[in-house]
Design a protein around this ligand. Sequence first.
Ligand code: BES
Ligand code: MN
Length: 455
Amino acid sequence: MDLREQAVEFAHENKGRFLSELVDFVRMPSVSTNPENAADIQKTAEWLVAELKKRGCTRVEVFPTPKHPVVYGEWLGAGADKPTVLVYGHYDVQPVDPIDLWDTPPFTPTVKGDYMFARGVSDMKGQIQAALKAVESIQAVGPFPVNVKYIFEGEEEIGSPNLEPFMREHTDLLKCDFALNPDSGMIAAGVPTIVYALRGLAYFEIRLYGQDHDLHSGLYGGVVQNPANVLCELIAGMKDADHRVTLPGFYDKVRPLSDEERAELARLPLTEEYYLSGTGARKLVGEKGYTWVERAGARPTLDVNGLYSGFIGDGSKTVLPYYAMAKISTRLVPDQDPVEIRQSLEKYLDAHIPDTMRYEIIEHAGSKASITDIHTPYVKALEKAMETVWNKRPLYKREGGSIPVVGHMQEILGIESVLTGFGLPDDNVHAPNERLLLPNWYQGIDALIHFFYNL
Ligand code: BES
Ligand code: MN
């Protein structure tokens, strides 16, 4: 038996322990957006430090940032003639609300059938564990074939605000040949997938103020304009009947899709039926002139992510609210720039807002889209590894989600990322009852073992 077969066998023999170590990781409520979870974030970072030490790292460090720490580790024992891979992960997770809709508590990982249920188990603690367990399996049977660095951040789910400055400050520390980023997923179970493009994100909170306090809606309704009504009109005008965004200049920088790429995308099994069954939607909608797969990954969008105004408690209260708020995100494609998107939003608001109102924009996460070079030996190494495990060639997909670090790594470190992951579209990421399909996860560990040897 050669080393790689022995390593795969080790992984298979240790499935039970790998699973219980996934539970340890996932039970820590590392919600990056909640200030009250700051101590849990810290604990999770320390847990990773201990893991990296077990993985033989000769240097492990926690770098504080203005918000959540970056965990760094390195093992460079393969020698200068071997490539260095930078393994990326985010150990933070999304909030759990609406908590009432969870069948089991989000931070009490629960196995039911082939799934484990818990917040973050798919996005992306399970993916980090898959990488660490692949490394462990290889180390258990022999020397690790390449040099490896690790960077784990605690702020991806809030847009990685402090990772970019960290990377600019530590370009030498992070020097490597490429990154392995397992924060994307698969098209379906048993369908290995390599992602080659991610959308960017520009996220805004719009606050619309009318008068300076709430009013009785009977005494003043009819003479004082209602910011909730106005905000709804403004939002309604942000898209037209063809589902195109109307913010002035929104599409100016969009790089058109080539005919070749459109033909490639058309071959993916991402049909209307696929999106219908994965979502439970009654019917799909989308931008005129584009296919489903293009709309979901290769075209920009605008969506309301949250709305608030007036009285939202049980029962009723007659009130004319003094302000209204919407959280609105736009998903961007190359070469749109989040800064220019903010300007087009401002232009739109300035042109349409009535003089009874004043607005304020609070900017949240922002990042550019990225496209990855898939003709690198590193991507080939993963392609071959996936073929070995699943007996089929992986599909190349443009992903509609965002991972800000991918663009930053290209820009700051000059490196490409190999983007993969073993979560599925129906894992309920960012939603109640997030889950991970365990048989697929075990195969993912096998695939990464082959990947590291293939390098
Ligand atoms: N892992 C996701 C992105 C993703 C999901 C890629 C599914 C491929 C398949 C990532 O953690 C994520 O959710 N990113 C946020 C980024 C944002 C908060 C800046 C997103 O896309 O909303
Ligand atoms: Mn996420």
